[in-house]
Design a protein around this ligand. Structure first.
Ligand code: ADP
Length: 600
């Protein structure tokens, strides 16, 4: 829990100087103001989800029909055409109806004294999402909107954003924003995404051009410095917008608090207070003084220990700055997952999910098995009703399907993921990995694994990003594997649960806060998954907990989960229902943010 600290630094133009370290805890030294509140907060909840029963529309007859007819079924399954790997268009790339997601789902909670909050962010789900950052921004924004606040999101207008997902996209202003001695012509657009007003910032230079959110052929650090300033410029010079809160996220927008307090607050932008949320400390925006100067700030002014110098580089030649540290020093409040994330239960709702071939919910989970069958057929995995490619009239093929949906980076436990492939195959299960690697060596390693396994009946390794497929995989999965080495919060275990996939996780960070081991007697009422660190010894010695990142621990967790799945089907169905009932929504956690906004 060392990282779960909210620092409320009531700066008002006066700054604290955190002693920055590479560990997950942060010591804070007060510079000018008298008090600093350091709070440790942890949220868990037991609310029920509000899925509509009417929408999970499978009747037992329909099920029977579906099983008999195979390709097309009655109520709920409709004219479903089972996909195949030989389809010209893969099943996750077909046209889906638009989601029509609105913020109404939370409308029962209204806050008094609503605020105007502007999120300035590098990611937003679903249009510009790489990982959890995008989910969190969208989920939190929608939750606050529905509680009665005014919320806008400011996002770079990445070339890769698919414009058809933006409603009412219009140009609102053309203006100039400073970068490296020039004023760059810039266009601001307004549109609505998933019910949230979004302002898109599009510079006329090369920034944010390319096929993906990150990794274009421009200088990323400079592009985000430009973006941070262009957002303030838009508020100050162009629209005279005075939000109560500017909420920045990660290193990409870490320079905004510096630009705000040292430039724009001296102009006419007086009202806003700044919140910085750090989702993952691995990336901190290493920056030279010269690069920072390109934003219009004098880089050398920030090269001191109480401002933005990265303490770890002191004495090096040259010393480096860290945009994240600068953001910490210059923000009014810093959140390190002191507030547990939620998931957007409208976007992640198996009862209404536009990407699912058949919908389901905790009261009527039957549709889930059609989703599994659909994915198995579409990926060419052996499926219930077939074995070795031949039709088997009675359903005897009982392979648990494990999915792992992740960025393929060391944090996520790459050696455990590749070991899981082997062990799940040995156990007679199935595994689908949907992952994207940014490192060439990791990409090559997983390409090798894909080549080795993807022709067989039980493993698929899909090296790409696909939001659509991720929804279908969560719905199809019996288990979701999250073997992270460290995990500040983690969303995939929560999304998995929402879709009835039992989590198998390493006991670390947010995974330990949200997943409670099935065999841990001390937590029996909360039990909802499997911890990799809890070994089989638990049965024998009661509470003998084995902490580790070794393959044996992973094997134990998978073995236990597989045994349950196969030998205790009724209890397994009970677990599915239980995990689907867990409320990991923003309903609870958004309120913590609102309290924080008020407090600064
Ligand atoms: P992180 O933010 O560290 O990547 P989280 O668990 O917080 O991890 O969030 C990951 C989010 O990104 C989840 O919504 C997950 O479904 C999604 N995701 C990760 N990899 C992929 C992928 N290859 N394709 C589609 N969605 C992905």
């Amino acid at each position: 829990m060392g990282s779960r600290v909210i620092m409320e630094c009531a700066v008002g133009g006066k700054f604290f100087s955190p002693i920055f370290s590479s560990t997950r805890s942060v010591a804070v030294e007060k510079r000018k103001l008298p008090s600093l509140h350091k709070k440790i907060k942890f949220c868990s909840s037991k609310f029920k989800i509000q899925a509509s029963q009417a929408e999970a529309h499978l009747s037992p007859e329909a099920e029977l029909q579906a099983e008999k007819r195979g390709s097309s079924t009655g109520v709920g399954v409709g004219e479903l055409i089972w996909p195949s790997p030989s389809d010209g268009t893969p099943f996750w790339k077909k046209d889906f109806p638009s989601s029509g997601v609105s913020p109404e789902v939370f409308a029962d909670v209204k806050d008094s004294d609503p605020k105007h909050i502007i999120h300035v962010t590098a990611e937003m789900a679903p249009i510009a999402k790489v990982g959890g950052l995008g989910d969190v921004v969208t989920g939190l924004a929608r939750a606050c909107l529905s509680r009665g606040h005014t919320v806008d999101i400011m996002l770079p207008f990445y070339e890769c954003i698919q414009k058809q997902h933006i409603k009412d996209l219009t140009v609102i202003t053309k203006y100039n924003s400073y970068h490296d001695g020039n004023w760059v012509p810039t266009t601001a657009y307004r549109g609505v995404v998933s019910g949230i007003p979004v302002i898109f910032i599009e510079p006329s230079n090369l920034f944010f051009k390319g096929q993906y959110v990150y990794g274009g052929s421009y200088n990323e650090l400079e592009a985000y410095l430009f973006f941070s300033r262009a957002c303030l410029e838009w508020m100050q010079q162009v629209t005279s917008t005075q939000p109560d809160i500017i909420h920045v996220h990660e290193w990409q927008t870490g320079a905004l608090p510096l630009l705000y307090w040292d430039i724009y607050h001296h102009l006419s932008l007086k009202k806003p207070r700044i919140v910085l949320t750090i989702h993952n400390m691995e990336h901190y925006g290493e920056c030279s003084k010269e690069q920072l100067s390109k934003s219009g700030l004098e880089g050398s002014v920030y090269a001191s220990i109480d401002k933005a110098v990265d303490d770890r580089t002191i004495g090096h030649n040259p010393e480096r700055l860290s945009l994240l540290k600068g953001g910490i020093v210059y923000s009014n409040a810093v959140v390190y997952f002191g507030i547990l994330n939620g998931i957007d239960i409208t976007m992640w709702n198996p009862a209404t999910d536009i990407f699912l071939p058949v919908k389901f919910n905790d009261q009527k989970p039957e549709g889930k098995k059609f989703c599994k069958y659909y994915v198995q057929r579409g990926l060419g995995l052996a499926s219930e009703g077939t074995q070795d490619g031949n039709h088997v009239p009675d359903i005897t093929y009982k392979a648990p399907l494990v999915v792992c949906i992740t960025r393929l980076v060391p944090q996520k436990g790459l050696h455990l993921i590749s070991h899981a492939i082997k062990h799940i195959e040995e156990l007679g299960g199935q595994m689908v990995i949907l992952g994207k690697a940014s490192d060439v060596r990791v990409q090559t390693e997983f390409e090798g694994l894909a080549k080795l396994h993807n022709q067989g009946p039980c493993i698929r390794i899909l090296l790409m990003f696909s939001d659509e497929l991720s929804h279908m995989l969560y719905a199809a999965a019996d288990m979701v594997l999250v073997p992270s080495i460290y995990e500040p919060c983690g969303l995939t275990q929560m999304i998995g649960m929402r879709y009835g996939a039992v989590p198998v996780v390493r006991k670390t960070g947010g995974l330990a806060d949200t997943v409670f081991d099935m065999d841990d007697q001390s937590n029996h009422n909360k039990a909802n998954g499997y911890s990799i660190c809890v070994c089989i010894y638990l049965f024998i010695f009661d509470r003998f907990v084995f902490e580790g990142i070794d393959e044996g621990s992973l094997n134990c967790a998978l073995d236990r989960a597989f045994t349950y799945f196969r030998e205790k089907p009724d209890e397994w169905n009970g677990i599915i229902k239980k995990v689907m009932e867990v409320d990991n929504s923003w309903n609870n956690t958004a309120g913590k943010y609102v309290e924080l906004y008020h407090s600064i």
